[in-house]
Design a protein around this ligand. Structure first.
Ligand code: NAP
Length: 289
């Protein structure tokens, strides 16, 4: 039974109703025997300041931050730590002695998924990311720290570097190319080991979409990681798999970024198996292609 000792956790996003974090994090709290409940809060951008004040006033123990607040929330907190310092992107807030500290666990979740699900480490590898949004920023920052040998970002129409904090680039200047450049010369990705889709192209319900890359870039030595997890096999993954590339969807990243948040809030090892099982049991998994 819930009593006065229970702690409140949550995620703030806009919209928030589609979030799978409540299923995953409530399963984690239950499996770890922690008296806590995790809720989703739909917070429009104009209410973000009120949300942060509510975290302080109500003593909310931990909060995830999702689209569209990841870059805006940092300025409202008392400090940033870890990957959030470099990227300026926050997906986890922890309350420590009345101070709100922002972290980013997206990069860690991605790296752990790569390691545990594909036995892959980025060190010394040449890596291509499709898209230059928030997830691409978090991953690029982390991949630089993990000593990737080279990074190419593929964008729709502009060759200038994306509007990212200079600190996030750690002195490395990722190469920018367009999809047209890639069609003109697929050899631009010769020797690349890992291709990551950070665009929303192919996500449910638009499952027939895929990033406009030439299929000749796919080969058996390539790992294609799609951040999308609904559907489980995207059109990009199917095309890459057909050419012999290894493929992975974003479910593992979702689990491990959530596990890293859980560990920051509770100081306990996250029950990742229970978290993954909770996600696998969600109804959205049943109607996928
Ligand atoms: P975002 O900030 O909106 O960025 C997406 C990027 O994709 C854009 O910056 C854009 O890059 C490119 N893009 C958008 N629409 C496009 C289109 N029609 N054609 C080609 N490129 C397009 O979103 P985000 O926060 O980075 O998230 C990106 C995806 O990753 C989402 O699907 C999200 O659900 C997923 N994600 C998954 C996890 C996980 O745990 N698995 C975690 C975070 C995010 P250019 O303007 O440079 O072309």
């Amino acid at each position: 039974m819930i009593d006065a000792t229970w702690r409140l956790y949550g995620v703030c996003a806009h919209p928030a109703a589609h979030s799978l974090s409540p299923q995953m994090q409530n399963a984690a709290l239950a499996a770890a025997g922690i008296n806590g409940v995790y809720l989703a809060f739909d917070v429009p951008p104009a209410a973000l300041g009120d949300m942060v004040r509510a975290i302080r006033a109500l003593g909310i123990a931990g909060m995830n931050v999702s689209i569209p607040h990841k870059r805006a929330v940092g300025a409202l907190l008392d400090g940033l730590e870890g990957d959030a310092v470099l990227s300026g992107s926050v997906n986890t807030i922890i309350q420590r002695q009345g101070r709100l500290i922002g972290y980013s666990t997206d990069g860690e979740g991605f790296i752990r998924s790569l390691r545990e699900e594909a036995g892959y480490t980025p060190r010394g590898k040449k890596i291509c990311l499709l898209g230059t949004g928030g997830a691409a920023l978090a991953l690029t920052t982390r991949l630089i720290r993990e000593e990737a040998a080279g990074i190419t970002l593929v964008t729709r129409g502009k060759k200038a570097a994306p509007d990212w904090p200079a600190t996030a680039m750690g002195g490395l200047n990722p190469r920018m190319v367009t999809y047209d450049d890639l069609h003109a010369d697929p050899g631009l990705l010769d020797g690349y080991d890992l291709l990551i889709n950070t665009t929303p192209l192919g996500m449910h319900p638009d499952t027939q979409d895929m990033p406009p890359v030439p299929v000749s870039i796919f080969h058996p030595g390539l790992l294609v990681y799609d951040l999308i997890y609904n559907p489980r096999v995207t059109r990009l993954m199917a095309a890459a798999g057909k050419a012999g590339a290894k493929v992975l969807n974003g479910l593992g990243m979702l689990v491990y970024q959530g596990a890293a948040s859980f560990e920051l809030w509770t100081g306990r090892q996250a029950p990742v198996r229970a978290m993954r099982e909770a996600l696998e049991a969600c109804p959205w998994n049943d109607d996928q292609g």
